[in-house]
Design a protein around this ligand. Structure first.
Ligand code: OAD
Length: 255
């Protein structure tokens, strides 16, 4: 196995690529940390204050819908006033520069990438600003934009409850086929601010590294965050630093 280079981000050259190269960016909670959002697993993170079983599983929802709704209502209220940081803006600028050759997959449920101007984006774990009927697809009320800050659970006309459009543990992430296609086509795979502990996202880097690229070269895999993630060994480089500082200088194309 090739060895990973782990060093402060300033010690690396910006990523330069050809006019045909494709870039896949995976973001995690760390990209929103400097916009005021708690991550999940850092000290003081969300999973220290709330039990995953209670607020992020279908079983938790069945047991206590009010608790789950209020948990996400709190996050939604926070997201409503949060502002994108320099990392979100830098990714939107890169997309502006290279268009269809850019693809953004986020594990985050906030809308800070969209607020910064990102368009080619998949929220694989759902979106805070959407809700859906708990009986969907049995009920036709699929995901719909919902910015209401109500703390009581709305009902669906079908008689079910409306639930947050969030992928809970035990549920299947969104748009995995499209994500797989993009993983199969990228020349650069960049993960920003994710501990590398939740699958399938944590395994994307291995999918990319296992693939022999069109001409035989292997796509480059880069991690950006203040510390090396659990899956660091699968990356070519871990560029250590906060996203707000490291991402704006990451790509030669937008410097
Ligand atoms: P984690 O909380 O597991 O990891 C956050 C990562 O962000 C850590 O590796 C931190 O080192 C890093 N970090 C902290 N501050 C940062 C900064 N300023 N800039 C860059 N990185 C920073 O969050 P995720 O890996 O995103 O799933 O978690 C993955 C999934 O687990 C989430 O989508 C969520 C959670 O349970 C669901 O809810 C389904």
């Amino acid at each position: 196995m090739a060895s990973v280079r782990i060093a402060p981000y300033r010690e690396f050259e910006p990523i330069a690529f050809s006019s045909t190269a494709r870039v896949f960016v995976l973001t995690g909670a760390g990209v929103s940390a400097e916009s005021g959002f708690s991550t999940f697993r850092d000290s003081g993170g969300l999973w220290e204050k709330h039990r995953i079983e209670d607020v992020a599983t279908p079983e938790g929802w069945s047991r206590d819908r009010a608790l789950v709704w209020q948990f996400y209502a709190g996050l939604r209220a926070q997201a409503a006033t949060a502002k994108p940081n320099a990392a979100h803006h830098a990714l939107a600028a890169l997309e502006d520069e290279i268009g269809d050759r850019f693809f953004l997959c986020t594990q985050n449920v906030d809308d800070l990438h969209e607020k910064a101007g990102s368009i080619r984006i998949v929220h694989m774990h759902g979106e805070l600003m959407k809700s859906r009927c708990e009986r969907w697809p049995g009920c036709k009320q699929g995901p719909f934009p919902d910015t209401s800050l109500t703390t009581s659970i709305p009902s669906c006309p079908c008689g079910g409850y409306v639930r947050p459009h969030i992928v809970w543990f035990g549920e299947v992430p969104i748009e995995l086929d499209r994500i797989g296609d993009e993983l199969g086509a990228c020349d650069f795979f960049v993960t920003i601010g994710s501990s590398g502990s939740v699958y399938p996202a944590a395994g994307f880097v291995s999918v990319v590294r296992a693939r022999r690229h069109r001409g035989g070269a292997r796509p480059i895999a880069v991690y950006v965050g203040p510390e090396a993630p659990d899956n660091a060994e699968s990356f070519d480089e871990c560029r250590l630093g906060n996203a707000g500082e490291a991402v704006p200088t990451l790509f030669a194309a937008i410097r």
